[in-house]
Design a protein around this ligand. Sequence first.
Ligand code: ZN
Length: 319
Amino acid sequence: MTATLLGIHHVTAIAGDPQRNVEFYAGTLGLRLVKITVNFDDPGTYHLYYGDEVGHPGTILTFFPWPGAPRGRRGTGQVTVTAFAIPRGAAGYWADRLKGPGVEVEGPSERFGEPVLALRDPDGLALELIAGESTGAGAPWAGGPVEAEAAIRGFHSVTLTEAAAEATTQFVGDLMGFAPVACEGDRQRFRISVAGASGPGGLVDVLSRPDSPRGMVAVGTVHHVAWRIAAADGQRAWRRDLDEAGVEVTPIVDRRYFHSIYFREPGGVLFEIATDPPGFTIDEPRERLGARLQLPAWLEPARAQIEERLPPLRPVTAS
Ligand code: ZN
């Protein structure tokens, strides 16, 4: 593949109640709610984006809230864990902070020499806070409730759980160019950006679980993971190369804040390659990000009906 992928762009998961989702991610975890919009393929559903101060690629966790929908099942063919990077020495702060709202936390345990706190969000989504690899590019949200020295710096890594891990490691290693960097038990770690990470979220773990049940996407599970590409020409090159390698890949889709292509790795995890530009300030200024429901032009005429169908969202005032 010709153009370099720079790391994780975003992770998209399914939530239950949107208000509870906002309270956990903007309140407890202190991320900035950078965009409130709808699922462009299903405008009756919110699409909520969290990130650092401006939602830099590498810091963006997004949710489709499906209130009342059943919980999914974590299993093979899924991104089973989404890990955030926290500063070295911040694990104690986070263990204390999460005790307050009664979040179940395990650890810190150690993995590849780094302290790992494991937790679940209110819908059961598996998260980790890893005090490790320095990230450089994250600009934590200073308007949030978490003190800046301890704030989440963006993604650390994602974990793919696979029944036949070898097919996946070959795909990400040989075809996508991720570099194997370490092994620990049944976990193999890859670095996405071989040229050197320029931002947060440069790692992927592939976990071999031949006897685990297959995952099922619903509330509390990850829908897909997106990898960063700097510009549109690189994305076109990836689309062509994947197609020539026999991988079924979608046309380029305009997601307003980035452009995307989608394909599946052999184990079934949905991958996306998303462009860095144009970003979240395309439709509201930096200081007002996430303040108001944003709709693309083709949905704007239906704003009144859309707003009526969506449950109200209150901004977070958590401490
Ligand atoms: Zn996506």
